[in-house]
Design a protein around this ligand. Structure first.
Ligand code: SAM
Length: 338
């Protein structure tokens, strides 16, 4: 999209790479700008104040860049916050916000770090401290955006985590038990459970994404679907959950100790936890290029033991193909000890 002479149209024209190109210009260079870009900048300035509250995300990015230009970083930060709340997936502008917050000395303790996904972007780039997990609000937005076409997409990736978790879980299922499918998504695991077993237990699906849950509802296989963060759900649950399932969910959690400890509090001795996990060669946790967490097997074992679980089985498999490469994973079945 090219910058326009029309002042009204100019701000919307300043999106993405063009904004960044503008940002990289010095004040002197700006003075020498070709007229069309200057017009765009003037149009942007005129439209900033009245439109901020209702402006679309790309216009807010233009505004943020204008303010950066003017040295008004606090205003730029506010525009970027609004923009990223409307559209979370904007790597260049997440990076810019991180940079502005760090330069302003506001990064440490900044409350929007996790909900805006800045902690994930920063961890991917600086390899500094890893976040404990994806913020649940962000997870909800990510998967609301992915829900349409999710099943087709994972099939294209040769996704097998649903099948492996369902296969291993099958042997833990008995008449009348309670099963919770954590991060149930569109209900793929439920679809793969043996219909005989499905009928003889109470199956609960838990997910943060309303769009994924409505796809799961269409499958009609769950007795109950709960829109909640997994942590909040496990904290609030008062009845024993005989089998907890989590297929392709742990890559959104860095700190597995917190997750397994909460799971352990919702299960009595003899209950099972069945999950898949992307495997790292390290002995702790890493964030891989896709922004997901991968966990070392010894780390997983330590966290399970500390939460009172014993591993019954651990089977390696290829979780899915990413950029044409198989992602190594394991499916683990752990039993809660007395
Ligand atoms: C990759 S999908 C897997 C879905 C499903 N288990 C499957 O095998 O197709 C991960 C799911 O976990 C959910 N999720 C991740 N973190 C969550 C959290 N903290 N609370 C609730 N749901 C979460 C996401 O919304 C998403 O639907």
């Amino acid at each position: 999209m090219n910058p326009s002479h029309d002042n009204q149209a100019a701000p919307a024209a300043l999106v993405g790479a063009e904004c960044l190109a503008l940002l990289s210009l010095s004040a002197e260079a700006l003075a020498a700008l070709p007229p069309r870009l200057k017009d765009a900048k003037d149009g942007l300035r005129k439209s900033i104040q009245p439109q901020a509250a209702v402006a679309p995300w790309h216009m807010l990015n233009g505004m943020a860049l204008y303010y950066v230009f003017q040295g008004q970083s606090q205003r730029a930060i506010r525009c970027l916050e609004m923009s990223l709340r409307r559209q979370y997936k904007q790597l260049a502008f997440q990076r810019l916000l991180i940079q502005l917050l760090k330069s302003a000395g506001r990064w440490d303790g900044y409350a929007g770090k996790s909900p805006l996904g800045l902690d994930i972007v920063d961890a991917m780039e600086t390899k500094a401290a890893l976040p404990e997990r994806y913020h649940p609000e962000l997870v909800g937005k990510i998967f609301d955006g992915l829900a349409t076409g999710y099943d087709a997409r994972v099939e294209q990736e040769q996704y097998l985590e649903d099948r492996e978790v369902a296969r291993v879980a099958q042997r833990c299922l008995k008449k009348g038990i309670v099963v919770a499918d954590l991060g149930c998504g569109t209900g793929r695991v439920a679809r793969l459970l043996d219909p005989m077993h499905r009928r003889s237990q109470r199956l609960i699906g838990v997910d943060m994404s309303p769009a994924m849950l409505s796809a799961a509802a269409e499958a009609g296989l769950y007795d109950q679907l709960v829109e909640a963060d997994i942590f909040s759900y496990l904290r609030a649950e008062t009845e024993n959950i005989d089998v907890l399932l989590a297929a392709s969910v742990l890559p959104f959690f860095g700190d597995l100790q917190a997750l397994f400890t909460l799971a352990g509090c919702s299960q009595v001795a003899g209950s099972h936890l069945v999950f898949s996990v992307d495997v790292s060669e390290r002995d702790d946790v890493e964030m891989v290029v896709t922004g997901r967490f991968a966990h070392g097997l010894s780390y997983v074992e330590r966290c399970l033991a500390a939460a009172g679980y014993r591993i019954e089985s651990c089977n390696p498999f290829s979780a899915r193909r990413e950029r044409n490469v198989s992602v190594p994973a394991v499916v683990i079945c752990a039993v809660k000890l007395a």
